[in-house]
Design a protein around this ligand. Structure first.
Ligand SMILES: [Zn+2]
Length: 319
């Protein structure tokens, strides 16, 4: 048995899987909003212990635990830096060593989106294809590229589709530049935009729904509920995000001519088939070869792509 943890900006998901990647225990905890890397590490360990208990085992008995992390992950050094959505986490923190001490088993780190898309490639919507692009639409917009059956790593940072330029001198992006896809489609950027609209006097249920659900952020579930109530601000910002995602996906397809585009991430999973269809339509408008568009799918593993993918870091290390 192996453990897998998906470290997100709002929640921590942990699973224990068997040799065939079947989930036999899982647990979820909210991501701490303060206390820095130490508080997050303690919560990661707690989530994994709960998942292990649900699987009828203990962390020490696992072959290892993989962690999909946001930020700048140095897999060799076992550190994570510049995780902007986590509390006080700018400097490199030795997450692997800290978690190994907590759990008593070996730990491997990976990029959160890369491990999720690897799982889709091996077990999910990517299995029929030799080449595809995964676009993970959530807090930010992440991605990964598969060419000839393998993930294209570039010099280590390939796949940052969220920072492809879709508008010169456009909206400010959390990365510090302007006009990136993420500046239009990332949940953080959309939240800032919604707050500004409300402040300017527009009516929206977004923040009321957020408080009612007891959240501090506009989660994917809040966006979904607001859209289903036809909230005008929510509908407009989601429409804008989909248009931006279509432009970014089309640029990538024009360059690489992949067989398929797979949409995942928090918002991508929430809006599911509808998101895939609408992004496909928005993409087609911008394709150089409109008569021959690639297939567009939603993630097959859904919310579990991140955790099951993280657990596969352990298998990868062994084989
Ligand atoms: Zn950017």
């Amino acid at each position: 048995m192996r453990g897998g943890i998906d470290l997100g900006g709002t929640k921590i998901d942990a699973v224990v899987v068997d040799d065939d990647d079947r989930v036999i225990g899982e647990a979820r905890k909210p991501t701490p909003t303060k206390g820095g890397p130490a508080a997050v590490t303690a919560k990661l360990a707690a989530a994994l212990r709960d998942a292990a208990a649900a699987a009828g085992t203990e962390p020490e008995l696992l072959a290892g635990v993989g962690v999909g992390s946001p930020g700048a992950v140095d897999t060799r050094a076992g550190t994570v830096a510049r995780a902007g959505n986590l509390p006080d986490w700018q400097e490199p923190f030795a997450l692997r060593r800290a978690l190994e001490a907590e759990l008593g088993t070996r730990v491997r780190l990976g990029n959160d989106v890369a491990v999720a898309v690897e799982a889709e490639a091996a077990l999910g919507a990517g299995t029929p294809y030799r080449s595809f692009v995964g676009i993970w639409w959530g807090t930010g917009v992440g991605g990964a590229v598969f060419l000839n059956g393998r993930r294209w790593r570039g010099r280590g940072n390939a796949g940052e589709i969220g920072h492809t330029l879709i508008k010169l001198n456009g909206a400010p992006c959390p990365c510090g530049r302007r006009g990136c896809l993420e500046a239009y489609a990332g949940r953080n950027a959309m939240e800032r935009r919604a707050a500004r609209a409300e402040k300017a006097g527009e009516k929206t249920v977004l923040f009321k729904l957020m408080r009612k659900k007891g959240h501090a952020r506009l989660t994917s579930g809040v966006w979904e509920d607001a859209v289903s109530q036809r909230d005008r601000v929510a509908v407009r910002l989601i429409d804008r995000a989909i248009e931006a995602l279509g432009a970014g996906a089309a640029s990538t397809v024009n360059l690489l001519d992949v067989e398929a585009v797979i949409i995942g991430g928090g918002l991508g999973t929430r809006f599911g088939e509808e998101a895939a269809e609408r992004i496909a339509a928005a993409m087609t408008l911008n394709l150089f070869r409109r008569d021959d568009p690639p297939a567009v799918h939603t993630t097959a593993l859904g919310d579990r792509a991140g955790t099951v993918g993280a657990a596969r870091l352990i298998r990868t290390a062994r084989s």
